[in-house]
Design a protein around this ligand. Sequence first.
Ligand code: NAI
Length: 347
Amino acid sequence: MKLSVFSTKSYDRTYLDEVLTTRFPTLCTIEYHAFALTEETAPLALSSNAVSVFVNDTLDAPVLRALHAGGVRAILLRCAGFNHVDLSTAEELGLFVANVPAYSPEAVAEFAVTLIQTLNRKTHRAYNRVREGNFNIEGLLGTTLHGKTVGIVGVGRIGLAAARIFLGFGCRLLAYDPFAGEEFKQFGTLVKLDTLLQESNIVSLHCPLTDGTRHLINGETLARMKPGAMLVNTSRGGLIDSAAVIEALKTRHLGGLALDVYEAEGELFYNDHSGEIIDDDVLMRLMTFPNVLICGHQGFFTSEALTEIAGVTLSNLSDFADGRSCPRSLVAEGHVLVRTDTAPVRL
Ligand code: NAI
């Protein structure tokens, strides 16, 4: 089998090569591509049986059809979110699609809290000051998290991990999740979105991006937030209407914004654009606010999570190759023909 891996960074190679050698030595050969999967780059996967992609690769109908026509039968997501995959087209084509649902919920939850406390206590500004010999703490005033109300939107794996951490800070917890189970009730109260927005000092987004959650945070919902509250998004950029958030920052209604994700991140994130003129005026405006902190989608980025991502990705491929039922499959699994270098083989 041949696997084409798109959007590869050095750390992807390191962890995938390690897992391939130690756990799946005969599973496949891997071809790494540094660039993203798009309609233009899809032809480079056409000698492969499977492709592996990350959060900003394109997996719309034209790309899936091109891959399928060229013999690709399995799509392996190296991420949890699958909002960027046209699953109905994948299903129609009989493609195997599997994700890595929970590589380290704690890694993302811990990062959300890291962003909150950085923005709140201004350690990013203190770091720069102190390095220049400036030990003045004026302008670095924060608030104590203990006793504050944190609203968690989406109490799945990451939202629950965040709840456990916030509880340790002594926060009061509210959550909104139309599909929540019982687990959150040991940490706090499930409420309507309006109540959460009205009562929370910090709103942290941990729900997936779907048609129903796109721009969940918009002009109207921002207006319902407590004045001066902080909004944190480590989930998916499309949950927030960025133009509306700029307005809420300009009126001082929104007290702070911490983002690990951004709705138009696909063009920019994971690459060095420091020597270029960046054409995204919304992102550039966001970066001018002193109470905005933006990172480039790194919530997942711990060695534990990378080990898990590599292991589960190749385990998904192994399930597909051996015709086993895969618990992480996102569409119906077909017993499909896959091509080897010599002849088609029925799996
Ligand atoms: P999960 O599937 O365990 O939990 C998602 C929760 O959101 C579920 O409880 C679900 O009921 C809830 N939900 C669904 N629709 C909702 C709505 N309309 N309003 C409120 N809640 C809703 O997913 P998990 O593992 O907790 O991940 C959450 C998101 O985090 C992923 O969808 C992904 O986009 C993002 N993520 C970000 C990473 C990063 O590096 N920044 C890394 C991994 C995931």
